[in-house]
Design a protein around this ligand. Structure first.
Ligand SMILES: [Fe+2]
Length: 347
């Protein structure tokens, strides 16, 4: 298999016949890790056969792989692979041999893989998982400071179907971009990126039947949904053994400037500025992404909705700054986002 074929292989794990105790892993994900942190197996005749040993050069091994090969790792090694991949994000983003779009696509795929187990329903979040997430999002933050090409390639790459994993990554990217534009220092940007990435981690404890319910929620279901900011805060504090500096963002991301938010109906500046910023980018990504029960709004439509239909809910100055950030994207410039007094978008 050529290097090009490896780089362009699908991000989604190939699905061989399941082998008990093993989990499938895509060629591209393995290729990103550099040195294999664990043994890799070939699925053959319903069994897992050792294919490459831990410590091997991943690209070297994969270049020799046959097309269509189905690989897997032992389930107990998934954390090792995740750790290796979290460290690979910075290397991928800095790889000048690849065009920005390709770097973004690969980094996004790796981020999705790293975040998967942490954001899965009822997952046991531990310090190792949160540390891996932090390493990955910090690398993303570093990559996004290097140039506009990479920034807008990353935004173009973002998956517009709203799932917990992709929404977390998208929110982190937008939050970091906005924080940079607002002139925050590196420590604050790092916290905003981490808090944005983990803002919905409390949804791990909300039943998927409620999260994905196509119709309106009843009052009991709303009570459950409204518990996720506090649950998320508790999860990270427990996992880290102390309150990390980004935890407040998780607890406050559904508060609204006019007091209409939850869980505490805090007003305006009673809510931390980083939390107010993440509230904006969270809402924007939710509106511009498709769900099982709704289509995706255009960028213009989402910002119009936030500015007018949700009037007063967001910090006006921060919302303007975010519009300015998006205005840097050539495509969006054409929609003249700075002129939000335009008539409503067509349905
Ligand atoms: Fe949320």
């Amino acid at each position: 298999m050529t290097l090009n074929a490896i780089l362009r292989a699908p991000i989604a794990p190939r699905a061989p016949a399941p082998v008990s105790g093993y989990q499938p892993v895509s060629v591209e994900i393995l290729g990103a890790v550099g040195v294999l942190p664990c043994d890799v197996f070939l699925v053959h005749g319903g069994r897992a056969v050792l294919y490459a040993a831990r410590g091997s050069d991943a690209l070297d091994v994969l270049q020799r792989a046959d097309a269509g090969v189905a690989l897997c790792i032992h389930g107990e090694d998934s954390e090792l692979l995740r750790r290796g991949l979290s460290k690979a994000v910075s290397r991928i983003l800095a790889d000048q041999s690849l065009p920005p779009v390709e770097r973004s696509r690969r980094a996004y795929g790796v981020m999705t893989y790293v975040m998967g187990p942490i954001l899965s329903h009822e997952s046991q979040v531990d310090r190792g998982g949160l540390d891996d997430a932090s390493v990955a999002v910090d690398a993303l933050m570093g990559g996004l400071t290097t140039g506009n090409d990479l920034v807008w390639s990353m935004v173009s790459t973002m998956n517009r179907h709203l799932s917990t994993h992709t929404h977390a990554i998208n929110t982190a990217v937008y939050a970091v971009l906005a924080a940079q534009a607002l002139g925050y220092g590196p420590d604050e940007i790092r916290d905003i990126g981490r808090g944005a990435l983990l803002h919905d981690i409390g949804k791990n404890r909300v039943p998927p039947a409620i999260l994905d319910k196509p119709g309106p929620l009843d009052e009991a279901e709303w009570v459950t949904v409204r518990s996720h900011p506090q649950i998320g805060f508790d999860i990270v504090v427990r996992a880290m053994g102390a309150e990390p500096s980004y935890a407040k963002i998780i607890a406050e991301h559904h508060e609204r400037a006019d007091g209409s938010g939850y869980p505490h109906k805090r007003l305006g500046k009673e809510v931390g500025k980083p939390s107010r910023l993440v509230a904006i980018v969270d809402a924007y990504d939710a509106l511009t992404s498709a769900r099982s029960y709704k289509g995706a709004m255009s960028s213009y439509g989402a910002l119009w909705t936030m500015r007018f239909q949700m009037r007063g809910q967001f910090d006006a100055r921060l919302l303007s700054a975010f519009v300015g950030v998006l205005g840097g994207w050539e495509k969006l410039k054409k929609a003249d986002l700075r002129n939000l007094e335009l008539p409503p978008p067509e349905a």
